[in-house]
Unconditional design. Structure first.
Ligand code: NAP
Length: 328
């Protein structure tokens, strides 16, 4: 994919992804920038998944050397980009070192910095959806479908919660369709738990090659349990990690990480919403936290994560950028 590395003539933030032009951020960013008083524009750089290291290097060097190129948000290429360009960074945040990935590129004077914001933004989204004390009161469990990057971020957040003595699901179950990333996540979680000195986290890792395997874990969950679709199915690939026969738990919570696509998992939850008294959340708030944390880093601005300014940012995003459901 040919990206246009022309010197910026005004402050510019980049979105490094795969199909960046389709994202709501292209409409939302200019409105947010105006509201926040940031005189800047956004441009997309598209790469193939697992693109050549030299392609990532070209983009990172361009941003580093161009004075008005302020930074970038990175999706999909978070691991590959850092792998290819580590030598260009003068500093990395704590989670970037821990997870070996970056979702934020920013500048501090002449220094180029990389941060992994996902454990923070997934945590903010989790807390917007589920209030403190819920797990202690309900004794409910949590099932994460998928063991990719966002599940690792969620696990990192949950281990931080345990370290801080906050309430947790009585059991955290992770299902993945193949073993490589499931085993990686398992190893990583054990390492982080040991380093944090956390005890008593009840984790279960299941290899679930068939959708029916996920269904049977869902049907065994306690009342009030949370099911997270972190597989990307519905956006990155067709369908859902569940069949239509999956039975959600009574008063359960269903969280789809995406907000755009043909989100079959959400349809499946909606079909049982009334009978099972489900609470359903999509990835829209996650999208807003994801972007606002990186914009705050890139433009050195204190953007709140709740309260009137955050609420206005949500209203602006909903007005200009909220996707029509089922529009991929
Ligand atoms: N709203 C937001 O702002 C936001 C933020 C972050 C992420 N997301 C979305 O969340 C999704 C997940 O992101 P990611 O980075 O974690 O993706 P990822 O790294 O591709 O991981 C997806 C994982 O799901 C597994 N999987 C696929 N089908 C499955 C099935 N039927 N049963 C069990 N596991 C299955 C995959 O297994 P294999 O290991 O076999 O491939 C893979 O490990 C993406 O679509 C992303 O766009 C949204």
């Amino acid at each position: 994919m040919a990206n246009n590395y022309t010197k910026a003539d005004k402050a510019t933030m980049y979105f490094i992804g795969v199909t960046t032009g389709k994202s709501s951020i292209m409409k939302v960013f200019p409105e947010w920038a105006e509201y926040l008083g940031i005189d800047a524009e956004i441009k997309g750089f598209d790469f193939k998944p697992h693109d050549n290291p030299s392609s990532y290097m070209e983009a990172v060097k361009f941003i580093k050397d161009d004075p008005l190129s302020m930074g970038a948000l990175v999706t999909t290429h978070k691991l590959d980009l850092l792998d290819a360009c580590r030598s260009e960074f003068d500093g990395l945040g704590h989670y970037a070192k821990e997870l070996h990935e970056i979702s934020s590129i920013s500048k501090r004077g002449k220094e180029l910095w990389g941060h992994a914001k996902d454990p923070i933004t997934v945590g903010l989204s989790f807390e917007a959806f589920i209030k403190d004390g819920y797990w202690k009161e309900s004794g409910a469990e949590m099932l994460i479908l998928g063991a990719g990057g966002s599940s690792l971020a969620l696990m990192t957040y949950l281990i931080g919660r345990a370290r801080d003595g906050r309430d947790l699901p009585s059991k955290i179950i992770i299902n993945n369709r193949s073993s490589r990333r499931l085993d990686e996540l398992h190893r990583h979680a054990d390492k982080m738990i040991a380093e944090a000195g956390v005890t008593g986290m009840n984790l279960e890792f299941n290899l679930c090659p068939e959708l029916e395997d996920n269904d049977s874990v869902v049907s065994g969950l306690k009342a009030g349990s949370l099911i997270v679709n972190a597989t990307g199915l519905g956006k990155d690939g067709p369908g859902s990690p569940l069949t239509d026969n999956a039975v959600f738990p009574e008063k359960g919570l269903a969280w789809e990480f995406n907000y755009r696509g043909d989100l079959v998992f959400l349809d499946q939850a909606e079909a049982q919403k009334k009978s099972k008294k489900l609470t359903i959340e999509d990835g829209w708030i996650y999208f807003i936290h994801g972007w606002t944390r990186v914009i705050a880093e890139v433009f050195h601005r204190d953007i709140p994560t709740e309260g009137p300014v955050f609420d206005e940012l949500c209203r602006i995003a909903a007005r200009v950028g909220a996707p029509v459901k089922s529009a991929v």
